[in-house]
Design a protein around this ligand. Structure first.
Ligand code: IMP
Ligand code: MG
Length: 180
């Protein structure tokens, strides 16, 4: 695997596709077990989570599972501390449902905390979260997701859905910003 360059920044291989697939399947087994007698609604938070959500949803193979997609409307900005304003695209009635939020990465936890708060208003039966990646040292609000693929240090990564200003989502492996 080669290094990749975006916007003059160099990224090196960090988590290979085989390792990602292994964790996705491990998470799928846990979720399948925990939701065996339920009709969970997977809630994929766009844009970053779409690749992970597709792989996870298939791997779970839950007969009665559904998936839907939402997007968060937040203030523009490079920092992940932006205020999340509203949920866009929540078309399903989630009252009384077991909702499983699918996230790509939990960094400061601001997005996750806001989302849980917003969803609670619609009276779901339960809300849990699965995140492929989690940066424990960066967490400023809320708790760790119930299901975590990889715990990683507070470094900027991309690939497998994660982007740098919209780019690099289509990389099959995950890369980390190279230290100079
Ligand atoms: P939060 O800080 O937990 O609210 O994370 C907000 C969002 O920042 C995540 O959902 C990602 O879209 C993005 N993000 C956080 N860390 C990274 C990273 O290392 N690479 C790419 N996007 C990231
Ligand atoms: Mg995201």
């Amino acid at each position: 695997m080669e290094e990749v360059t975006y916007q003059g920044l160099t990224f090196e291989p960090y988590i290979r596709r085989e390792e990602i697939a292994k964790q996705v399947h491990r998470l799928a087994q846990e979720i399948k077990r925990d939701y065996a007698n339920e009709k969970p609604l997977f809630l994929c938070v766009l844009n970053g989570s779409f690749i992970f959500a597709a792989d996870l949803f298939r791997a779970c193979g839950l007969h009665d599972a559904e998936i839907t997609f939402i997007r968060f409307k937040s203030y523009e900005g490079m920092e992940s501390t932006g205020t999340v304003k509203e949920i866009m695209g929540l078309t399903e009635d989630i009252e009384g449902r077991n909702v499983l939020i699918v996230e790509d990465i939990i960094d400061s936890g601001v997005t996750a905390a806001q989302l849980r708060k917003e969803l609670a208003k619609y009276n779901p039966k339960s809300v849990k979260m699965v995140s492929l990646l989690f940066k424990p040292e960066a967490l400023t609000i809320g708790e760790a997701p119930e299901y975590v693929g990889f715990k990683i240090p507070s470094k900027f990564i991309l690939g497998y859905g994660l982007d740098l200003d919209g780019l690099a989502r289509n990389l099959a492996d995950i890369y980390v910003l190279k230290e100079k």
